[in-house]
Design a protein around this ligand. Structure first.
Ligand SMILES: [Zn+2]
Length: 446
């Protein structure tokens, strides 16, 4: 009878990722010589520490072949981005669900939340069902965030009960705030009853003036009016006050100011039902980047001061922040070449996010384990995504392989249809090498 080596026998459709540094969550951190077995799209076994040689490469074994990667490859859960603009339906020249999903995979993301500022927005059961149906064909999980008000006009709440029944777990008018305190209060009351999350673009448009820059040194030097930090904190404080009164779950999107982080920290210390996210570009850049990136450095909220950036990093480290997101917001090159005041707000970020967070880690500004946690298990827990965000048996085999040693300079083209990235020409440390979604190898770095 022929001798067989059990290790080499992998049933068709099954797979082993062997030899990488496994990320096993914030407490256990990275463990060397990992081994993950995958069958029928699920993780069936996770072990580590059994490799005989310290120099054994990370390898993917898919019968009958194998792919060898470097020995330092990090094996982490597929990333979750709770804030993405996919632009479909309505603005497919900027992005589509498919192109945005490809960009997500290239950046290591396997679950993305699509914001509702599409045309039409997901503001009725029919429209929500239609857009969610489009998302079902994507190669990543697309969570469709429901619009909070009809037409995102801020005047009348959607039929949140019906949308919730169709699967909407988050409501937002992102792009615009839930400015009317009466509507916001009613929605938060419903949130307390039904359990969905109210996710708010924290901007008081009267205070922000929709000015392109932060009211700081750069706007001053250019002689331009700017957005004060209070344009963010006034809306945030309103949301916090209404959340504590109603018991509704209030999530503050893309916070950018030091004072905002202080407010959320105090609210959370008091046990109030408030969470927040920050973006990668706000962690990485300050207002000065506009000199180099021009329109590609214009975003809402604006990039602020170094003191603000430091406060966001501290918020990530001390648990005030519950998710790092990209707020991936594709726009056409011709729009971004308009004068600063006329160019649209927003930058893309899916393809550079993990490399940027790793670069911050290499600089000693944020522990990489914390950064990954805020892009995996933390948002999975916040938004109730069972089966995602951690490498444990029984979970979906959503797995990202990251090469921390690969240095690269960001240049177009991107998988995204748009290229409005402030990271263009930035040299970043580490890059996504391969991505599995439900056990299927969906992306390999060329
Ligand atoms: Zn927003």
């Amino acid at each position: 009878m022929e001798q067989t080596n059990r290790e080499s026998i992998v049933p068709r459709g099954d797979m082993v990722i062997r030899g990488g540094n496994l990320f096993l969550g914030l407490e256990k951190g990275f463990q060397r010589h990992g081994c993950i077995r995958i069958s029928q799209g699920k993780i069936t076994e996770v072990s580590f520490g059994k490799q005989p040689s310290a120099l054994a490469p990370c390898e993917i074994i898919i019968a009958p072949g194998r792919v060898e990667l470097g020995s330092e490859i990090m094996v982490i859960p597929g990333l979750i981005d709770a804030h993405v603009h996919l632009r479909e339906p309505g603005f497919e020249e900027k992005e589509s669900i498919l192109s945005g999903s490809r960009a997500a995979l290239a950046g290591g993301f396997t679950t993305i939340f699509s914001m509702p500022n599409t045309n039409p927005p997901p503001d009725t059961p029919e429209r929500y069902g239609f857009i969610a149906g489009l998302g079902h064909n994507a190669p990543v999980d697309v969570v469709v965030v429901g619009a909070a008000t009809l037409g995102r006009k801020g005047q009348e709440l959607v039929d949140y009960q019906s949308l919730h029944r169709l699967g909407a777990t988050v409501f937002s008018d992102d792009g615009d705030p839930l400015w009317d305190p009466v509507l916001l209060r009613r929605l938060l009351k419903a949130s307390a009853r039904l359990g969905f999350i109210v996710s708010d673009h924290c901007e008081d448009p009267r205070l922000s003036g929709k000015f392109p820059l932060h009211e700081g040194s750069v706007a001053k030097a250019l002689g331009l009016p700017g957005q004060p930090s209070s344009a963010e904190t006034v809306q945030l404080a309103k949301g916090i006050a209404l959340a504590v009164e109603t018991g509704g779950r209030y999530h503050a999107q893309h916070l950018s100011a030091r004072e905002s982080i202080d407010l959320v920290r105090q609210a959370r210390n008091l046990g109030w039902p408030v969470t927040c996210e920050v973006t990668v570009h706000h962690l990485f850049y300050t207002q000065e980047v506009i000199h180099r990136a021009l329109g590609n450095g214009k975003c809402a909220p604006p990039l602020r001061s170094e003191e603000d950036r430091r406060a966001l990093l501290t918020g990530c480290t001390d648990g005030t922040v519950s998710a790092i997101v990209t707020d991936h917001a594709p726009h056409l090159a011709k729009e971004k070449l308009l004068p600063l005041g006329d160019a649209p707000f927003g930058v893309i970020g899916l393809e550079t996010a993990l490399s940027a967070v790793h670069t911050l880690a290499k600089r000693g500004e944020l522990a990489f384990e914390r950064g990954i946690h805020l892009m995996t298990a933390a948002p999975a827990s916040l938004f109730g995504l069972s089966g995602a965000g951690s490498l444990v048996a029984g979970n979906c085999a959503d797995i990202t392989l990251f090469n921390p040693a690969m240095e690269w300079t960001v240049e177009p083209p991107f998988y995204s249809k748009s290229q409005n990235s402030p990271f263009i020409s930035e040299t970043l440390q580490g890059r996504v090498a391969a991505v599995f979604k439900d056990g299927v190898l969906r992306h390999v770095l060329d």
